[in-house]
Ligand binder design. Structure first.
Ligand code: FAD
Length: 505
């Protein structure tokens, strides 16, 4: 066995505490989208294992972009307090990750690797390869369910199939949690390592959090802005969760559809990077209710829990129908729609210059915050796939490239819903009217005025449709574009294209 290099073996204490590290003498937790120490299934088991065998725990993480890097800094500090080093490494080629992990495990003399499971198909393939490679080297690997409250595969219909409709699935989800209350039991963070691994693993403790790859690096100005807007780390997640549950959750049912109000939790970024576990969220919300039932008591709490459950639902879907990870619509009969690939329309949509104020406000909110309100996500996704008849996958990808909370399953599910090609979707013939959506959910135009400065001076209801409601001259003067399509005509075109595609499918 190759001993680990000891860099700070200076003091007598250190030398006394030093042991030679042999193969099998360490446990590794591989951090993926689970960047927290609280209620982390695999980390919990890894630390148990480390305690049983009296060996230190080493943490390994793949690198993501700004928010993830800031989160890693917090995680590194938290882990250091527990005497667990965090090793962060940029691996140029994704497919090299398993081999690199095995190399590091061998170098560190570690024989047990823990990780939480990611359900996307490439990630599952990567895990399968790693399990094989580990086995060849005599390293055991545990891959745990952690991302959902109810792990995929637990809920089936009366005939043993996976649910493809949310409402009965949600009823089954609630029943399952009620009958398996341990699903909401939380794991404590790992305990401080009594062996004090600092001495043997000094090199690992000195690992710096690297910069983002150049193509993903933010300008200094943006880095500062997003740092203020979205403070990173699990402590922030816990603070935000507590504040939301104390102050806003009761009104969630009433306010969640009004984009000008701060009525939702803004926790998606934390769910997506794993700084908050779904279990912790549901349990904390339930503690504010006057019942242990998830489908009873305060209406706001019930509604919020059912939204968090959507996240589980879409992960279950991609486990059962993995072709949704391969650019395929959930409904195969929707594969033959002839989409437009009009570049000018796509550009107008991405820049918030479609001439539909609600759509433009939403797209500019995305540019400004890296986040968009759920109602608006549905409106802009419907607009691009139906009014513009652009391939929904272009929008899905653009969202992933721009959202701070980009999550493959939820994003794919949301796009499938709005474009009517997904699981339990909006029926294709129900096409949102962006002007009516605007009047209904932003009645005073507050959201539009916030995000579309050209329209700030437009008074009254004309804000929803300036060119159609007598504020055209004013809008034009301010440089706001005319609508790039006429909704009525676009609606007819979409209905015909969907019908033709389905009939030929
Ligand atoms: P809250 O309303 O406070 O909800 C709490 C949590 O429940 C959210 O943080 C989220 O984890 C979950 N949740 C709520 N609604 C949904 C939903 N419809 N589907 C799945 N989970 C949900 N969510 C993402 O996390 N990442 C995405 O990439 C993403 N892309 C989307 C794309 C489209 C086209 C649509 C229509 C929705 C998308 N969503 C996505 C779902 C939803 O819009 C966001 O989760 C929500 O707006 C985040 O804000 P919040 O944390 O304040 O949510």
């Amino acid at each position: 066995p190759r001993p680990i290099e000891v860099l700070n073996a200076a003091s007598a204490d250190t030398v006394a505490a030093r042991k030679e590290v042999k193969v099998g003498n360490a446990v590794v937790h591989w951090f993926k989208m689970d960047l927290r120490i609280r209620d982390n299934t695999a980390l919990h088991l890894a630390s148990d294992k480390a305690r049983q065998t009296g060996v230190p725990l080493i943490a390994l993480a793949p690198i993501r972009v700004d928010f993830m890097l800031r989160t890693l800094k917090v995680l590194k500090e938290d882990l250091a307090k527990l005497d667990i080093p965090l090793w962060v490494e940029t691996v140029e080629e994704r497919k090299r990750v398993p081999a690199r992990i095995v190399e590091l495990m061998t170098e560190w003399g570690a024989n047990h690797l823990f990780a939480n499971m990611e359900y996307e198909i490439d990630e599952l393939r990567r895990e399968a390869k790693l399990v094989r490679m580990c086995a060849e080297k005599g390293i055991s690997m545990d891959v745990l369910h952690d991302a959902c409250v109810v792990p995929p595969g637990q809920l089936t219909t009366g005939t043993g199939k996976q649910y493809a409709v949310y409402s009965p699935w949600f009823r089954a989800w609630v029943r399952h949690v009620h009958t398996n209350p341990e699903l909401l039991e939380l794991f404590d963070p790992p305990e401080r390592n009594p062996e004090s691994a600092r001495m043997q693993y000094a090199k690992l403790f000195s690992c710096e959090i690297p910069l983002a790859p150049e193509s993903k690096r933010l300008s200094q100005e943006d880095a500062k802005k997003f740092d203020t807007l979205w403070p990173a780390g699990e402590h922030e997640a816990m603070k935000r969760l507590a504040r939301f549950c104390d102050e806003d959750i009761g009104g969630y049912g009433k306010h969640r559809n009004i984009p000008s109000m701060p009525g939702t939790s803004n926790l998606s970024v934390h769910f997506a990077s794993g700084t908050l576990s779904a279990k912790t969220a549901v349990r904390t919300a339930r503690e504010r209710n006057n019942t242990k039932k998830l489908d009873a008591g305060n209406e706001g709490i019930q509604t919020w829990i059912s939204e968090v459950a959507w996240r589980d639902f879409y992960k279950h879907v991609l486990v059962h129908w993995p072709y949704v990870c391969m650019n395929k619509p959930f409904k195969p009969e929707y594969s033959n729609i002839e989409w437009s690939y009009d570049k000018e329309h796509f550009d107008a949509w991405t820049r918030g210059r479609t001439g539909y104020p609600m759509v433009d406000a939403a797209m500019r909110q995305l540019q400004g915050l890296g986040w968009m309100h759920n109602r608006c996500r549905m409106v802009v996704a419907s607009f691009i796939s139906k009014d513009l008849l652009l391939d929904w996958r272009m929008g899905e990808r653009f969202f992933m490239e721009n959202l701070i909370d980009g999550d493959f399953a939820s994003n794919n599910g949301g796009w499938g819903f709005a474009a009517s090609v997904g699981v339990d979707p909006q029926p294709y013939f129900r096409i949102f009217n962006p002007l009516l959506q605007s009047e209904k959910f932003d009645p005073d135009g507050e959201y539009i005025r916030k995000w579309v400065p050209e329209l700030r001076g437009v008074k009254g209801k004309a804000i929803h449709d300036p060119y159609g409601r007598g504020a055209g001259v004013q809008a034009q003067k301010a440089g706001y574009p005319r609508p790039i399509v006429d909704h009525k005509g676009a609606r007819e075109r979409a209905l015909a294209a969907y019908k033709k595609g389905i009939d030929s499918g």
